[in-house]
Write a new protein. Structure first.
Length: 204
């Protein structure tokens, strides 16, 4: 049982590392030709956009098909299956957590860190803060991004961040500041997409 538990946790850890590697070296590569890179850059230009669920489901199936036989071959049936299960469970959890970062307010200290770190990545420097679920790999590979207050362009502000008047909720004022205008038209959409394709933060 200890072996299986360790294999499961190793699978969880394996996903967090792959999450970092994909985010940094594929989705934010200098070229946008890599798989998923253009979709991810679109997400940066339009923060409430997410790749279609069928693409994510296909990625999960492909990961299982690749990892399961390899893990079983290296570690045996039960440890290999446990590793694969941990990997896939963490992948699904990542997808849920990432979406909730954009759509729901924080409910805990971890949730507050996760949002502030992720939106520093979006709005301060897309080349840094690549970890979505954990800060560990950013610390290991020197890509941490510490900011006192994240400057969020008004036109890209998350719905949970602002009140009915479009201003920051007082509960989040210590971590975020709105900048720029609310204008969201063809010109700003094009500018946001150009910035995201160039791995740059959006213009205020």
């Amino acid at each position: 049982m200890l072996t299986i538990t360790c294999a499961f946790l190793l699978g969880v850890t394996g996903w967090t590392l792959l999450e970092y590697v994909l985010h940094r070296f594929v989705f934010h590569a200098s070229s946008i030709r890599g798989p998923g890179a253009r979709e991810h850059r679109r997400h940066h230009a339009q923060v409430d956009y997410f790749a279609p669920a069928w693409q994510k489901g296909l990625a999960a199936v492909a990961a299982i098909a690749l990892i399961l036989p390899l893990a079983i071959g290296l570690a045996g049936v039960q440890p290999g299956a446990a590793f694969t299960l941990g990997f896939v469970v963490m992948y699904i959890l990542y997808e849920v957590l990432h979406r909730r970062v954009h759509t729901h307010p924080p409910r805990s200290r971890y949730g507050r860190w996760r949002r502030k770190n992720h939106f520093a990545h979006h709005f301060t420097d897309p080349r840094l803060a690549q970890g979505v679920t954990t800060p560990v790999w950013d610390a290991v590979f020197g890509t941490r991004l510490a900011v006192d207050q994240v400057r969020v362009p008004r036109r890209l502000a998350m719905r949970w961040l602002v009140d009915q008047h479009g201003e920051i909720h007082p509960a989040y004022a210590a971590d975020y500041r709105l900048v720029g205008s609310r204008r969201r038209d063809d010109d700003t959409r094009r500018e946001d997409l150009e910035a995201s394709l160039a791995n740059e933060k959006p213009r205020s």
